[in-house]
Design a protein around this ligand. Structure first.
Ligand SMILES: Nc1ncnc2c1ncn2[C@@H]1O[C@H](COP(=O)(O)OP(=O)(O)OP(=O)(O)O)[C@@H](O)[C@H]1O
Ligand SMILES: [Mg+2]
Length: 320
């Protein structure tokens, strides 16, 4: 049984307008997304800005109202708030954000920031609480004197460690990490990713790792879901996605990964131009009249692609 199952999730935001401020249209931020997260697994959710990644993450943790579809936690329906309490879902699922400066309350000391989820969910004595917070600081590699400091007294990388310490305080099964390293220098990114991995192994945590960059998620993720305009266009293992991409949008994201080796830059530029041309020529086949991707089709045990209609017909001919 999967830890989390997301089934045909839709989150539509109403757009109001006119004299009576009526709902005139909807932004279909998430428009029929299904995937599962296994225990201890990292799944990457990747796509360009505005594709609906954060909305998906926030809907799973309950920060965003779900228009339709369902979320199962260990096989039980937690779509409704009332069901979550019994199953201790709010303790089991935590989130860390890109912007640690605004997600950590600047007026609170680190001790209080990290203790907050403990105070919400566990009834510890003052001494027990302090001990737990010190353990958590140790886990993320910060000194005990951090307890009495404020967020602005730390670097971006250190603040992200504090965010992780707060997220692991309740011993969660899943952490939703929304662009956790995008605001950090490359060298600090690697540090934060490494200790996130270490913590995952120690506590058997699953991650939903949200990023716009296929380069960053490559070494983190077992499975990757590519999102475009509120829909998933491709889901597969790391090898499926990086070695055998099928959707034109996935190919385009792959071509956009910056080349770090100077010797390969020219070659990479040519490849990017070729893919860009392919994208311009073939784009229309991969999306319906509204510019939305088709439903996912399973093409191997692990690999799912929103194939163009035409190739579906061809497959039908072959199979039929
Ligand atoms: N509260 C809201 N009201 C109306 N529209 C919203 C709201 N929140 C998000 N949207 C819209 O929903 C779409 C998806 O937004 P979302 O934040 O999920 O994208 P994202 O993939 O996380 O992008 P980014 O990479 O920039 O963080 C966007 O078009 C956005 O403008
Ligand atoms: Mg986002």
């Amino acid at each position: 049984m999967s830890l989390i199952e997301v089934k045909n999730l839709k989150v539509h935001y109403p757009i109001r307008g006119g004299f009576f401020n009526r709902v005139v249209d909807n932004v279909k931020a998430v428009d029929g997304v299904s995937f599962s997260i296994e225990e201890g697994e990292t799944i990457g959710l990747v796509g360009e800005s505005g594709s609906g990644k954060s909305t998906t993450g926030k809907a799973i943790i309950g920060l965003e109202e779900i228009t339709s579809g369902s979320i199962l936690y260990k096989g039980k329906d937690v779509t409704k708030r009332t069901h979550r309490k019994q199953l201790k879902y709010d303790e089991a699922v935590q989130m860390i954000f890109q912007d640690s400066m605004s997600s950590l309350n600047p007026r609170k000391r680190i001790e209080d920031i990290i203790a907050e989820p403990l105070r919400n969910f566990e009834h510890l004595s003052k001494d027990e609480e302090k001990l737990r917070v010190l353990q958590l600081l140790d886990i993320v590699g910060l000194d005990p004197d951090a307890l009495y400091k404020y967020p602005h007294q730390f670097s971006g990388g250190q603040r992200q460690r504090i965010g992780v310490a707060r997220a692991v305080a309740t011993d969660p099964s899943l952490i939703i990490a929304d662009e956790p390293v995008s605001a950090l220098d490359l060298s600090v990114q690697a540090q934060v990713l490494n200790f996130m991995k270490k913590i995952q192994r120690e506590f058997n945590i699953s991650y939903l790792f949200i990023s716009h960059d296929l380069g960053v998620v490559r070494h983190m993720c077992d499975k990757i879901a590519i999102m475009h305009r509120g829909r998933l266009v491709e889901v597969g293992t790391r090898d499926d996605i990086y070695d055998n991409p099928q959707h034109i949008y996935t190919k385009r994201l792959l071509a956009a990964i910056p080349e770090t080796n100077v010797n390969n830059r020219e070659q990479n530029r040519e490849r990017r131009l070729k893919i860009e041309q392919e994208y311009q020529n073939e784009q229309s086949q991969y999306y319906d009249a509204d510019g939305l991707a088709f439903p996912l089709v399973q093409i191997s045990d692990t690999h799912f692609v929103a194939l163009p209609k035409e190739s579906l017909n061809k497959q039908g001919e072959v199979n039929g």
